[in-house]
Design a binder for this molecule. Sequence first.
Ligand code: SF4
Length: 238
Amino acid sequence: MMEIDFLKNKGNLESLVAEKGKQSLLLHACCAPCSSSVIETLLPFFHITVFFFNPNIYPREEFFRRLSELEIFLPRAFPEVKLIAAGENFHDNEIFAEKNTGYNVSFNEILGKFSEEREGGKRCENCFYSRMMPTALLAERAKFPFWTTTLSVSPHKNADLINRIGMEIQNAAGFGETTRFLPANFKKNDGFKRSLELSREYGLYRQNYCGCLFSKRKAEDRSKNERPATEASSYRLC
Ligand code: SF4
């Protein structure tokens, strides 16, 4: 298995491309700003298909807004990148997962169980898992040799945790060599900064909360006590 954080060990991927040509990768993505710099980083190595699978996003209007932005952004910035969207709201995502991967995700259950958790705790860990597991299963079924997620590009997200979940899914699911998780910390090497630049360049909608009801409430509380925000702090990559 590749060393944790492929950005530290790009030589592996350069050798892979030299030996086998570009491989296909299924990239879980939660919004256009998160996807922007991650796609730019991965594109020299992979044929990318973006998978928008986010039953965590609340409310429905926000879910649809983030999806629409991605549908407009990708053909403009990266026309060679394909997009699979699991539906037009979080309930559709759950149905999609069950139908196409056999995985039964209930985000309301996660929220119910872990509603008191701080951001970054058990609720988020389960939220990552509930989005990464269907991505892995779809990658396996649709024969993508690689899969990964954009989540680590956010400065608010713990890349070690995301990579640990990815490796656990990979090992527990017994995919063998059919599909492999690509560990990375996409915020490194100015990945987050680059996402700001690309978001500005393409005039992307930038949300001010991560996605779920609780993160939305937190953002509303923050804005009540707000000092003038810097650009980087005024929105949240999800
Ligand atoms: S804060 Fe973000 S990562 Fe955590 S549970 Fe809510 S949507 Fe998921």
